[in-house]
Design a protein around this ligand. Structure first.
Ligand SMILES: [Fe+2]
Length: 183
């Protein structure tokens, strides 16, 4: 379950309280338990996957994709797999550690590992959201945010897209206040 971390060190675990803190941004949080049946659990437990193995994991969770496709017009999905051996990992992570927005929603469903999404709230304060397996996060377009991994440097997440054009970070120049995020 997602846990919110405040700058003063306070952590918020109550799901409704977390949702209420993020609701002014329009951030949507859900909890969908990953399906580990049919050998998928063994795949999720491995740090790296081949493309066919990624597709196996995706197919196992496509019921969620169908819901998003029907309700919100999502058209494609893929599985991002990051681990300490991922080529270019440092560069990839540094690109998303700076506060940015996207022209499209950022939609992620965590099926293994963990990560942290940070947000700039309307009062310009900042919070971080620790996400782990089962957490579904939809960050509306033009929302200031950042992303980092936890020290294990490992995550598997389904990414959902409304277009095949992809998206790039648009840096806003807002300074990051979380000192612990500079790793
Ligand atoms: Fe982003």
């Amino acid at each position: 379950m997602a846990m919110l971390l405040k700058l003063d060190g306070e952590s918020v675990r109550d799901t409704r309280k977390v949702a209420s803190i993020l609701s002014p941004l329009g951030v949507r949080l859900e909890f969908w338990p990953p399906d580990r049946n049919g050998g998928v659990g063994a795949l999720l437990d491995r740090p790296a996957l081949s493309d066919p193995e990624k597709e196996t994991v995706l197919l196992r969770h496509d019921a969620y994709f169908e819901i998003l496709r029907t309700s919100d017009g999502y058209r494609s999905r893929d599985l991002i797999v990051l681990n300490p051996q991922t080529p270019g990992l440092d560069g990839l992570l540094s690109a998303f550690l700076r506060i940015h927005t996207h022209d499209d929603d950022e939609v992620r469903y965590i099926v293994d590992g963990e990560g942290v999404f940070g947000f700039v709230l309307p009062d310009r304060s900042q919070v971080e959201l620790l996400v782990s397996p089962g957490d579904f996060v939809k960050i509306p377009k033009n929302t200031e945010h950042w992303f980092r991994l936890t020290p294990g440097n490992r995550i598997k997440a389904v990414r959902y897209f409304t277009s095949t054009a992809g998206w790039v970070p648009v840096y806003t120049g807002t300074p990051l206040l979380f000192a612990g995020s500079s790793a």
